[in-house]
Design a protein around this ligand. Structure first.
Ligand code: GCU
Ligand code: CA
Length: 352
């Protein structure tokens, strides 16, 4: 059973095997606007703060454009970061096309001055190799002054995403829970469950679940609130082994949120992100209806979080991403949770 008290004090680091795979670092290349193919525009350098030798002042006309030839090392989700200045008070939207197909229309909002430069990012899925990226003004005002395009590839190809790649996809919350959850019983309700394409997520703390099979780590003596059962059972009918199997606890269904209505079930795959690490786990137990943020002894240990049910856990910094309509069978097969989790996490990064 969960420890509902927040435990202050040092978090002891424990070693453990974490379900990550090595992925090439993301590659980043900057292409100057003045090196691109300019149509209806001029290269200038009269407004300070540009990089390279200048910037492109696009003509004040629909269709003024800059086209870059870029190269991507690894296929997958690619960030196209445009550095620009717009010294007017009106947005200067441009359509962004990759190989002729529009992938976004950033507004290039006013930056306050022609010497104030900022960036706007468009994400697109690109194959490895050469591509064109073209920015074309959609209004008679033309585009902003364009300084450069920075291209960052996925770094991952078809491999598992990094902790940073996952976290980059869960910065905003489209709330799907009716209400909010507490991280601990004595605290207020502050945590929403958020929806994404193919997943739900929440961010909060980690309390330690030691319920299920009685082991040296998890029993009535080590855990004040030990319960010899878990909501979901192994293939042999026994409760889960919290000391051995990384699993996540979801709140029991209530009017706040019912995980069963969102493609989440026992054995569903979860990516837990903490301290730059990713642990793949399954949904293994249910907890109180008003509290969120709990995982098994084994999940905590693998992530370097003190797994002791009497004083372990961590108060913040944990992100739980639950992939919809995924089930590991048998539920106790952690290796399967890792390989399936890595694939689902890659899909999640590519589709969000
Ligand atoms: C001014 C400014 C240019 C800018 C232009 C515009 O002329 O100096 O850099 O491109 O306004 O409104 O597009
Ligand atoms: Ca201009």
């Amino acid at each position: 059973m969960r420890r509902t008290m927040a435990i202050a004090g040092a978090v002891i680091a424990f070693g453990g095997v974490v379900g990550t795979s090595s992925v090439a670092p993301a590659a980043t290349t900057t292409y100057q606007a003045e090196s691109g193919a300019v149509s209806q525009g001029v290269v200038e350098s009269n407004h300070a703060g540009f990089t390279g030798s200048g910037f492109v002042n696009t003509d004040n006309a629909v269709g003024s454009s800059v086209r870059w030839s870029v190269s991507v090392a690894a296929a997958g989700g690619t960030q196209l970061v445009f550095r620009f200045a717009n010294g007017t008070t009106t947005a200067r939207p441009m359509t962004i096309a990759v190989d002729g197909t529009t992938v976004g229309t950033p507004s290039f909002a006013a930056t306050g001055a022609w010497t104030t430069w900022t960036t706007s990012t468009v994400t697109a899925t690109l194959s490895a190799g050469a591509h064109t990226v073209k920015a074309t003004a959609t209004t008679a005002d033309g585009g902003p002054n364009l300084d450069a395009l920075t291209v960052t590839d996925s770094g991952g190809g078809s491999g598992a995403p990094t902790a940073q790649e996952l976290l980059a996809k869960v910065t905003g919350c489209g709330q799907i829970s009716t209400g909010l959850y507490k991280s601990d019983s004595e605290l207020g309700r502050t945590i929403p469950v958020c929806g994404k394409n193919g997943a739900v997520f929440w961010k909060g703390d980690m309390d330690i679940d030691c319920d299920g099979q009685r082991t040296a780590q998890c029993n009535e003596d080590t855990d004040c609130c030990f319960l010899p059962d878990t909501a979901f059972h192994q293939s042999d009918g026994r409760p889960l082994n919290a000391a051995a199997l990384p699993f996540v606890v979801v709140p029991s269904p209530s009017s706040t949120w019912d995980y069963r209505n969102f493609g989440i079930s026992g054995g569903g795959v979860v990516a837990i992100v903490y301290n730059n690490r990713v642990e793949y786990a399954v949904v293994g137990d249910t907890g109180p209806t008003d509290i969120i943020g709990e995982a098994s002894y084994a999940a905590a240990r693998d992530l370097g979080i003190n797994p002791d049910p009497s004083n372990g856990g961590t108060d913040s910094g944990v992100t739980y991403i639950l992939f919809k309509n995924s089930t590991i069978s048998p539920i106790e097969d952690h290796a399967k949770a890792i390989t399936t989790g890595q694939q689902l996490a890659r899909q999640f990064v590519d589709n969000n």
